[in-house]
Write a protein that binds this ligand. Structure first.
Ligand SMILES: *Cc1c(COP(=O)(O)O)cnc(C)c1O
Length: 373
């Protein structure tokens, strides 16, 4: 039996194969393989797409978060507030620069960072906030920016899952001081390898990250500070330029699938669905539901040939890597509950309608059986 994958990248790449191969051949023939014409052009195109002044290509989303913090001089003694319900990279970047992550709980309706919890976690050491636009749905940026302004804090948006998402037409990544994007293959705008970028309106920060990504130097072999090697390579940039042209169409397809799922699950009371609010443009990096019998549902969907995933099974405050912060079960009840109930369903932009119907019916029927048992 053919399994319905959570994301079908091979099919996506098949549809643009000619353009991808031509882009790769162009790089091979051109002879510049690290920062060259494609990286520069992609940086311009990506910044323009988002409505930001600067984009700097890097080699991952993790490095984008890390270098954003470096550029803001966040370091030892500083606290950075973020959501405990995210991928470890969000917190890792804070630790890499020597600062301390302060985890806060989520809003159980949206699974996004809770602005009230964020406000309650402020201390005199707080330097910055990293909101994550989880699953492609915008975090409450109005409230977060109000808190940040009132307390003079920098905001680094983690946009790894939210490229093209927007609030009232303003794209995520343009609200805070600086934003981090990932082009990991499975992200909504994915390379065929690792990649990332920072985006900012501040030219001082852009210039600093540009130097940091190339060993802390503005001129070859002269180094003002310790940097690292974190450049986007030409082949990935050439691929991203091709894919950026399709991003809006792919995003609309994701949203159309999400709309059908939402309608399909509307009468199933055992299923928590993503909330749709006017003005909030969710790009459905994941279409995620909440169900009490999550593990059993996942098992039965797998048996029915439907792949699903759990993002994330363990909140950051309970990760062994953060044991030194002494987080414990019960500290963040909403995130802990979400970790046990969330399940992401297949949402490939080119998913056939018959597969969408198959998923809707299977989820509906299995949840009914499981909640009755
Ligand atoms: C993917 C991801 C990252 C890291 O991006 P990489 O390119 O894989 O390093 C950071 N934060 C979140 C929320 C992510 O989903």
């Amino acid at each position: 039996m053919n399994e319905i994958p959570i994301l079908d990248l091979r099919s996506q790449h098949r549809s643009i194969r000619k353009d991808l191969l031509a882009a790769i051949e162009g790089v091979i023939d051109n002879g510049q393989y690290i920062v060259g014409p494609n990286v520069t052009a992609f940086e311009d195109e990506f910044a323009r797409y988002l409505g930001a002044s600067h984009a700097i290509g890097l080699n991952s989303g993790t490095d984008a978060l890390h270098l954003a913090l470096r550029a803001l001089d966040v370091g030892p003694g500083d606290e950075v507030i973020t959501t405990t319900f995210s991928f470890i990279a969000t917190a890792e970047a804070i630790s890499i620069v020597g600062a301390t992550p302060v985890f806060v709980d989520i809003d159980p309706r949206t699974w996004q960072i809770d602005a009230k919890a964020l406000e309650a976690a402020l201390t005199p050491r707080t330097r910055a906030i990293i909101p994550v636009h989880l699953y492609g749905s915008p975090a409450p940026m109005g409230e977060i920016m109000r808190i940040a302004r009132a307390h003079n804090l920098d905001v680094i948006e983690d946009c790894a899952q939210s490229v093209a998402a927007a609030i009232d037409g303003k794209k995520t990544g343009t609200f805070g001081t600086i934003a981090a994007f990932s082009f990991f293959p499975s992200k909504n705008l994915g390379a065929c390898g690792d990649g990332g970028a920072i985006v900012t309106d501040r030219s001082d920060l852009a210039e600093r990250v540009r130097a940091l990504r190339a060993h802390g130097g503005r001129k070859k072999y002269y180094h003002e500070e310790i940097g690292l090697n974190s450049r986007l390579d030409e082949i990935q940039a050439a691929i991203l330029r091709v894919k950026l042209r399709h991003l809006d169409a792919w995003t609309e397809s994701r949203r159309a699938i999400a709309k059908r799922y939402n309608e399909g699950f509307a009468s199933s009371h055992a299923i928590q669905r993503p909330i749709e609010e006017t003005g909030r443009y969710n790009v459905y990096h994941q279409y995620t539901i909440g169900v009490a019998e999550r593990n059993a549902l996942q098992e039965r969907l797998r048996a029915a040939g439907i792949a699903t995933a759990v993002y994330y099974p363990l909140p950051l405050h309970l990760q062994p890597a953060y044991a030194m912060l002494r987080g414990k079960e019960g500290d963040m009840p909403f995130s802990e509950a979400a970790a046990k109930s969330v399940l992401s369903l297949p949402v490939s932009p080119d998913m056939p309608e018959s597969d969408q119907n198959f998923v809707i019916n299977a989820v509906r029927e299995l949840t009914l059986t499981l909640s009755a048992a």
